[in-house]
Design a protein. Structure first.
Lengths: 436, 168
């Protein structure tokens, strides 16, 4: 007896009781549906405007499993389109990034400009019928493309909500690291990329609000004294939003700033001055609550883009969990640095970053070990008879004063409400447009 | 091109590199780090597919994979000993294969050594992966023994087969 995808999805997520069926992490039919219902319908983060400084600059990226090119054209406008020739489907660009006047398909030579328009077709006059019109054969454009303060997002659904509405109150928190920077935020060139044999939702759910895993998964850093033994007792919060985003490590009271100031002393007076100037910049630019928070912590923007910002002495980490089948993904990660930071601090920040949440970092390694072995132990018949437990904090009430200060739905640090919301939104999107 | 080297020097340096590789394969990280000078620099850049392939070897403005000095490398090693470095518990089985060793004699105590590396690895039941590329080392002779003062590990892979939990 086979279940329809809708029944399967509906039965798989019970956010009210904090239960999620394991099938959604391994099932191929669910995965194919996700590519359609999640990845072509949601705003997806594509990159940062500092990757496109000059006209003609481009970089390649994925939206779900679809390869795309993002360009800055000769008029300075940002464009995005599917990286696939309209004639026979070949990738028209095989590089990670660069500067180009045009993209010529190596298969038959169809040539497109950085706006995606088809500008040359070999032997066009001799071989194509009179009805052939190059205007109809431009690269498939990403119809909605918009930036939030330098962060470029795209969506395949022309009718989707605005980017502002999609991000909603998350912007209050994103603004913290954007406005704390003394100069501009700029990407370090290139990206780290690695394969992780796990479903893409596992890291997304982790970054959305899993502070619970830190003392155990990242216990090596507690043993070394880098993460405090009292981590679990810190009065910080997790926050979630209507469109499925979740963030954590949101701490009121200024303790993150105090810790940063203390850390800066190790790197000399210039670092101390930089941290103080960053805090001042934040106070002058944003609300007192945002200044109190000082650093954003970690989060996931629905569906598969995560970021973290632990301190002014770290780069902002950007992570894509690109789906590559139900049980595999490519992790892509970039970092943003403040151009206003002293040069040696940029190097310090990068070196610290490579030790923690990165391909060779302690957190990156141990997280990946979890994600892969969860997947390994989840695909079996018996395994799929039990559900994942997301019940932490189901009955916890949050202090009214904290709630009034923090936009979004607020929970304590040790709560899985961000993950419950992630899967609830996932379910709603998967069922969207289907008969009830 | 090997420059200014002798058969004996070539032999001695190759033996040193094989010994060093065996320490990594045997998990003797504390002995391994002793083969580096105190002012060691260790760098693993990312690789990218760009128009000019050499552009793809990370410069100062690229995001690195690893950038370490002796203190930070010792921290990596200390982590492995905490009993909670889960990605290396139990340890990944590795073979660090080193070949195509070419030596450039800078002076009687300083040698730039280029070699190819191919590291095969097996972890738990089903995980198998390879890292491959080349290494640029600077070796110095201190009291008759080689030490590594600089190491640059240039992997050929843009997309790594998994996270980097091993050392090169």
């Amino acid at each position: 007896m086979s279940q329809s995808i809708n029944e399967l999805v509906d039965n798989c997520v019970n956010a009210e009781e904090g239960l999620v069926n394991r099938k959604i992490f391994t099932d191929n039919a669910i995965y194919r549906t996700e590519l359609e219902k999640i990845f072509t319908k949601s705003w997806l983060f594509l990159g940062h405007e500092s990757q496109l400084k000059k006209n003609g600059d481009f970089f390649t990226q994925y939206m779900g499993e679809d390869p795309v090119i993002i360009t800055r054209d000769r008029d300075g406008q940002i464009n995005g389109f599917l990286n696939s020739c309209l004639h026979r489907g070949m990738k028209v660009c095989r590089l990670d990034s660069g500067n180009a006047r045009s993209f010529t398909c190596i298969y038959h030579g169809w040539t497109y400009d950085p706006k995606g328009d088809l500008v040359a077709v070999p032997y066009e006059d001799k071989i194509y019928p009179n009805s052939f019109d190059r205007k109809e054969w431009g690269l498939v454009k990403i119809p909605r493309l918009q930036s939030y303060r330098g962060f470029i997002f795209g969506c395949w659904d022309e009718d989707c909500i605005s980017l502002e509405e999609f991000l909603g109150d998350l912007r209050f928190y994103l603004d913290i690291f954007i406005d704390r920077a003394l100069g501009d935020l700029e990407v370090m060139l290139g990206k780290q990329r690695y394969v992780c044999a796990a479903n893409w939702k596992i890291p997304a759910d982790n970054f959305a609000g899993d502070d619970y895993h830190v003392p155990w998964t990242h216990g090596s850093y507690m043993k070394l004294g880098i993460v405090s033994d009292h981590y679990a007792e810190f009065p910080s919060n997790t926050v979630t939003f209507p469109h499925g985003h979740g963030i954590g490590d949101i701490t009121l009271g200024g303790s993150i700033y105090e810790a940063d100031l203390q850390a800066a002393e190790e790197f000399g007076p210039e670092a101390v001055e930089y941290v103080k100037a960053s805090a001042k910049k934040l106070q002058d630019s944003l609300s007192s609550t945002q200044a109190e928070i000082y650093a954003f912590g970690h989060g996931n923007i629905f569906p598969n883009f995560s970021l973290n910002d632990f301190s002014a002495l770290w780069p902002v980490g950007l992570y894509w969990w690109h789906p590559k089948g139900p049980e595999s993904m490519e992790v892509w990660q970039m970092s943003l640095i403040d151009t206003g930071a002293p040069d040696h601090l940029k190097q310090v920040a990068n070196a610290r970053f490579t030790h923690v949440q990165s391909a060779a970092g302690a957190f990156g390694q141990d997280d990946s070990e979890n994600f892969e072995q969860v997947t390994e132990a989840t695909r079996g018949v018996i395994a799929q008879r039990s559900q994942f437990n997301y019940q932490i904090g189901l009955d916890v009430e949050i202090d009214e004063e904290i709630k009034s200060k923090l936009p979004g739905v607020v929970g304590p640090r040790m709560s899985e409400h961000c993950q419950r919301n992630f899967y609830q939104v996932w379910k709603e999107k998967m069922l969207e447009g289907s008969p009830k | 091109m090997t420059n200014g080297s002798s058969v004996e020097l070539q032999h001695n340096i190759e033996q040193f590199l094989y010994y060093e590789a065996s320490l990594l394969d045997d998990g003797l990280h504390n002995e391994w780090i002793d083969l580096f000078t105190d002012d060691m620099q260790y760098f693993v850049p990312i690789r990218e597919t760009l128009d000019n392939p050499e552009q793809g070897v990370g410069g100062a403005d690229n995001i690195p994979l690893m950038v370490d000095n002796k203190e930070s490398m010792k921290l990596r090693i200390a982590r492995l000993g905490t009993g909670m470095a889960h990605a290396e518990m139990p340890r990944t089985r590795t073979r660090h294969n080193v070949n195509n060793v070419m030596i450039d004699v800078i002076d009687e105590n300083t040698y730039n050594v280029r070699c190819n590396i191919n590291i095969s690895a097996s972890r738990l039941e089903t995980i198998e992966f390879n890292y491959y590329g080349y290494r640029l080392d600077t070796l110095v002779l201190i009291e008759g023994k080689f030490k590594i003062s600089q190491r640059k590990v240039i992997l050929d892979q843009t997309l790594l087969p998994r996270t980097i939990s091993i050392l090169f």
